[in-house]
Design a protein around this ligand. Structure first.
Ligand code: HAM
Length: 422
């Protein structure tokens, strides 16, 4: 019996990877434009990192982590997200001591969550994310949101909505938390078992509950915006003023709470509004985290970031009909005629490659017609045809397959003539 990929994962074949490479090229380029440097952290981390970082009462930690004991008995977890790992690395390598602050980092890599697979939700997915750690300035909140929007706009997407909210500082959150407990207590028995447990521990999570989302108590739950203290409210106003001045459209949604516990102040998501986009419309999300770095043993320093998944980005590109792929055609295809010419064909291929020219040849002993077909399929611009007579004269026939022009060129001059073009 054959073996297929595990549920919730997929193989990306060359037809798909040429899209991925084009997207990754653009995202890497955008990171340079915004002056973020790449960081690569391990795929697995100590389980405790996510328990403390992402939060014990989140769905991610309670239900979705791929955790295992290694042979030394340590509990490890395949990373479900990137922020906790980046914050850990920031603390471990004392990056707050670097001369240029804030520390602006980005990452691209696989994340793992044990979720019910459906379109736009897989068990292994690839996040592109950024983290700016070391400044609590509303201008950088706006920068992160501008960057997030640009990830889609620079690729040509248009049907986008930026949704923002503020979760406030510790004091505001505490006041809101008490209001939530008082509000939901009378309904406790009617709520799902998860919500019942979370009511005392982390009532904000109730607002994110998929089971009870239509319960009447959810619909008129106290809004965080009513509980923001003056400092938090001023911070949020400043963030909005930056966005307004930059001409970035957004809507405020006071019910946006995000699924991870580390957020304070700004929280945001970007949704696709394209017709034909699946039922999960969130393309990316992020926000400010003021306690995470300290929680992981670092200084009392605030950060902000966001992450998108490339899978959902591709869904949005498909929904809006944007075609994007790396050019995988070759420049030349070398065609050999007669048994002796195959050695010279390999030599020409090798010389061309060493000059940085994209080239291939036949390895299945195809007839000339079949070799021309391959040249066509690979969208070669030039066919380089070499037979025994050409070898005698130290030349090859080179045909421009787009224009039909043909030239006889000395073998040693082929790379330079191809580079010049005809
Ligand atoms: P998140 O909202 O959990 O935030 O995930 C961010 C994005 O990852 C989502 O908007 C979605 O595009 C994608 N994503 C999440 N789960 C899946 C899945 N199962 N399949 C496909 N795509 C998925 C975070 O992870 C935070 N670390 C973001 C952040 C960075 N906050 C501050 N800095």
């Amino acid at each position: 019996m054959s073996i297929n990929v595990p549920r919730g994962t997929e193989d990306l074949l060359p037809e798909a990877t040429k899209k991925w490479q084009a997207i990754e090229d653009k995202l890497n380029h955008l990171a340079q434009v915004y002056n973020y440097k790449e960081i690569r952290t391990p795929i697995f981390e100590r389980t405790e990192l996510f328990q403390r970082g992402v939060g014990d009462t989140t769905d991610i930690v309670q239900k979705e982590m791929y955790s295992f004991d290694d042979r030394g008995g340590r509990s490890l977890t395949l990373r479900p997200e990137g922020t906790a790992s980046v914050a850990r690395a920031y603390v471990q390598h004392k990056m707050h001591g670097l001369p240029e602050q804030p520390t602006k980092l980005y990452y691209i890599g696989p994340m793992f969550r044990y979720e019910r697979p459906q379109q736009g939700r897989t068990r292994q997915f690839t996040q592109f994310g950024i983290e700016a750690i070391g400044s609590a300035n509303p201008a950088i909140d706006a920068e992160v949101m501008a960057f997030a929007m640009d990830c889609y706009q620079a690729l040509g997407l248009k049907s986008l909505k930026l949704v923002i909210n503020s979760l406030g500082d510790q004091e505001s959150r505490e006041a809101h938390r008490n209001a939530l407990i008082n509000h939901f207590k009378p309904f406790k028995d009617e709520l799902c078992s998860d919500c019942q447990q979370r009511l005392e521990k982390n009532p904000l999570r109730l607002l994110d509950c998929k089971v009870d989302k239509d319960h009447e108590a959810m619909l008129n739950a106290p809004s965080i915006l009513e509980y923001l203290n003056e400092e938090s409210s001023t911070y949020f106003e400043e963030v909005k003023k930056h966005l307004d001045t930059m001409g970035i459209n957004y809507v405020v949604d006071e019910t946006l709470v995000r699924g991870l516990d580390y957020y304070t102040h700004t929280a945001f998501e970007i949704m696709s509004e394209a017709d034909g986009f699946g039922s999960i419309t969130t393309l990316s999300g992020g926000g400010r985290y003021s306690g995470l770095v300290k929680e992981l043993g670092g200084p009392d320093i605030s950060g902000i970031g966001f992450a998108l998944s490339i899978e959902r980005l591709i869904m949005a590109l498909d929904a809006e009909g944007v075609k994007l792929e790396r050019d995988e055609s070759v420049d030349c295809y070398v065609i050999n005629i007669g048994s002796e010419s195959k050695y010279e064909a390999s030599n020409i291929v090798n010389q061309l490659r060493r000059s940085g020219i994209k080239v291939d040849q036949d390895y299945l002993d195809k007839k000339v017609k079949g070799q021309f077909k391959s040249a066509d399929r690979l969208e070669a611009t030039y066919a380089i045809i070499i037979g025994e007579e050409e070898i005698q004269n130290g030349v090859a026939n080179v045909k421009n397959l787009k224009s039909g022009d043909q030239k006889t060129i000395e073998i040693k001059n082929i790379p330079s003539e191809i580079k010049t073009g005809f």
